[in-house]
Design a protein. Structure first.
Length: 257
């Protein structure tokens, strides 16, 4: 990599780590940057997933105060996340690379829609909590409906991962009666589990660009702390607009190659 490319990937890692900690969709920053520098799509996705693991850990540690008392919840939902992430990673490696380039533009567009509607979802969750609704429609604190939703989201996360955090926070917000910051902390841990299990699988089953991994790892670790401390002060509309523009650039890049 040239000095310019090194700086760009490092900064993309910082942005992704910050965004992932706040809401999730940082892959829409790092993935297009790797594509722009000529990294093949599947290799870019695999390298990005591995590189973001330290950032996910950093963000989870930044929210450690909000994790108190959530051990049982994280054990139940974390098991679903682990199994789903492993299945998603397996599907990525087993499907032909051409399938990835066909499927991922659709997944990115879906992720962008989720990013755009996230404020509306957040308002709906707030109204639900104010109305006294709580618990999982599937029964219990973390019933079958939520566990199944986390599993399916984690399959998606292991395969690609963009905006898996948006999906997780929406699921928990609608099906659990708890403070949003505590749910966001749980989301960070679940995303960490998905990224980590997928990364472990990729280490033995796919080609990896280790230079990209290292730069994203350093950047996302810094970004995770930034997101936990001051990320909530970023103007949400500007943040969403940036994610949408970068995501559209990724779709364009995939469709023209």
């Amino acid at each position: 990599m040239s000095a310019w490319e090194v700086a760009a990937v490092l900064l993309a890692g910082v942005g992704a780590g910050t965004i992932n900690t706040i809401v999730g969709s940082g892959t829409l920053i790092t993935f297009p940057v790797l594509l722009a520098f000529g990294v093949p799509a599947v290799t870019a996705n695999v390298s990005n997933t591995i590189g973001l693991v330290p950032g996910s850990l950093s963000g989870a540690l930044g929210y450690r105060r909000e994790l108190k008392g959530q051990g049982g919840r994280l054990l139940r939902l974390g098991t679903a996340a682990l199994l789903g992430g492993l299945l998603g990673a397996y599907v990525l490696v087993k499907l032909p690379s051409r399938a990835f380039t066909v499927i991922v533009p659709v997944l990115i567009l879906l992720a962008l829609v989720l990013v755009v509607i996230q404020p509306r979802v957040a308002r709906a969750m707030a109204v639900r909590r104010q109305g006294g609704a709580g618990g999982d429609a599937g029964g219990g604190a973390e019933g079958p409906l939520l566990i199944a939703g986390v599993f399916l989201t984690s399959v998606y996360g292991g395969y690609f991962g963009a905006a898996q955090g948006v999906l997780l926070i929406a699921l928990m917000g609608m099906l659990l009666a708890d403070d949003m910051q505590r749910l966001n902390a749980a989301k960070n841990v679940l995303a960490l589990i998905v990224d980590a299990v997928a990364a472990c699988f990729f280490l033995f089953a796919s080609h990896i660009d280790w230079a990209a991994v290292g730069l994203i790892a350093v950047g996302s670790t810094l970004g995770g702390q930034l997101g936990a401390r001051v990320g909530r002060r970023l103007p949400p509309p500007a943040l969403r607009a940036t994610i949408v523009l970068v995501g559209l650039a990724a779709v364009t890049r995939l469709l023209v190659t």
